[in-house]
Design a binder for this molecule. Structure first.
Ligand code: ADP
Length: 438
């Protein structure tokens, strides 16, 4: 049954509950790992910032031990060192030493405590309330040239030495290189996993489509073969030679069924062949009315079988309209649409017409069949798509016809319009560009 092997699109497949849960779980897991990763990066960043501060304070403490800058018996160390803003430190100096000696000792202390970034050193004179002198120490591995800046001034009623680290943040981030690289690896691995997961399920989905197709295919071929077998059995009966009418009847059945199978195989082959490349279009002048009449003649057996009524309606001025098109392909497109119109209508009344729309020519095939719900309409042209109709109709097919029609019309740079109402009928309009009309 047509409905039994209804096509499943990727999104249908994604809707299947196991897969939905799996995808959801994988997404949550990936998000979770990424969040944890970001959380850790943030933690490491704070830790590196703290370590930097501690190391600077340790270096200053070392300096106090190296040089007799204040009377440490009177002052507590924490009262002597300030950290007024991220990049600035200042420490009190009561007994002045030359700039050079402070810079010299400080450089060693900073090196010892792994503070390997450039630093400005300025001496603040409480008497003059300004910086007396500045020295710029370039770290051995510094990547940045020294720049002239206006140092922030912190007014105090004592003299102090100001330390300013112009590249502090970049330096801290540099220290985190290992973490960044490992995070990047984790991200890449996760994304890789997600991609593998996607392809794995896509593969499974394609396998499902293939299975659907094989089911459809077997189903399509089973009935004619069964009919032929029965007919052959009748023909094998001894008395059949005495009944020429019966003989002719069953031979005709076999012939019709063979023809039907041949047509199906030919159609599948044609689709398979054309699938690999663009449709080869051989254009010549095609009289449209004539083309439609021939297409209708092709489906005459089906028209008779369904006792259908098919009307061809062409306005007077379009009676002789001809387009530059591929005759065989265009006829096949119309035949496909006619077959569908006949298949999907209980008592088919089909109107085939030629008209003009916005300067373009169209061929319309209109039926009074079961119609197609709006939500299915945009997927009709996908390969293997068949509207899931439950058990409403029992119509055979592969879901390839409309896909082929679309490819034919695309090759002519045309468009297809669908007007359809469930229970009322469907109209397919093949709109061919006016440029073909030459
Ligand atoms: P097939 O007819 O072999 O199933 P098609 O690609 O020709 O494949 O059509 C795809 C689906 O579109 C059909 O299965 C049917 O559900 C729907 N369809 C096509 N034409 C009509 C029509 N005239 N009326 C109602 N449904 C249609």
């Amino acid at each position: 049954m047509g409905s039994k092997f209804a096509y499943r699109s990727l999104s249908d497949y994604m809707r299947s509950s196991t897969l939905r849960w799996l995808v959801l779980l994988a997404s949550i897991l990936i998000m979770l790992i990424m969040t944890v990763q970001l959380f850790w990066l943030n933690k490491v960043y704070s830790f590196e910032q703290k370590t930097f501060n501690t190391n600077v304070v340790k270096s200053i403490r070392g300096l106090y031990e190296d040089l007799d800058l204040v009377d440490t018996r009177v002052h507590h160390l924490q009262d002597l060192i300030e950290h007024p803003s991220t990049d600035y430190f200042l420490f009190r100096v009561d007994n002045f030493h030359t700039e050079d000696s402070i810079a010299y000792y400080l450089q060693h202390e900073l090196n010892d405590f792994d503070v390997l970034t450039d630093v400005y050193i300025a001496y603040y004179d409480a008497g003059r309330t300004s910086y007396k002198d500045t020295t710029y120490i370039t770290a051995a591995a510094s990547r940045y040239p020294p720049s002239i800046i206006n140092l922030a001034v912190y007014h105090r009623n004592f003299s102090y030495v100001l330390l300013y680290f112009p590249h502090r943040n970049k330096y801290v981030l540099q220290q985190m290189n290992f973490w960044f690289i490992s995070s990047a690896i984790v991200f890449v691995v996760l994304i890789g996993l997600a991609v593998i997961l996607f392809f794995f399920y896509r593969q499974r989905f394609l396998a499902e489509i293939q299975k659907d197709f094989v089911n459809n295919f077997t189903h399509e071929f089973k009935t004619p073969l069964a009919v032929m077998k029965i007919s052959a059995e009748v023909l094998l009966q001894d008395k059949i030679t005495a009944q020429p009418d019966r003989l002719r009847k069953y031979a005709t059945i076999i012939e019709n069924q063979t023809q039907h199978l041949q047509d199906q195989v030919e159609r599948l082959l044609q689709i398979a062949r054309s699938d690999r490349k663009d449709l080869p279009i051989e254009k010549k002048q095609v009289a449209l009315k004539d083309l439609i009449e021939q297409a209708v003649a092709k489906v005459q057996p089906l028209i008779d079988e369904k006792k259908a009524e098919v009307n061809i309606q062409v306005d007077e001025e379009l009676q002789n309209i001809a387009l530059s098109a591929d005759r065989a392909h265009l006829e096949l497109a119309i035949v496909n649409l006619l077959e569908n119109a006949l298949k999907f209508s209980a008592k088919p009344h089909i109107i085939v017409s030629i008209g003009e729309e916005e300067g373009n020519i169209y061929i319309s095939i209109k039926d009074n069949g079961i119609g197609i719900e709006k939500k299915y309409q945009k997927r009709l042209f996908q390969k293997f798509y068949r509207v899931p109709t439950g058990d409403v109709h029992n119509v055979k097919g592969f879901g390839l016809g409309l896909n082929f029609v679309k490819r034919i019309i695309d090759a002519h740079h045309g468009t297809i319009k669908i007007n359809s109402l469930p229970g009322i009928g469907t109209e397919f309009r093949l709109i061919l560009p006016a440029t073909l009309n030459s």
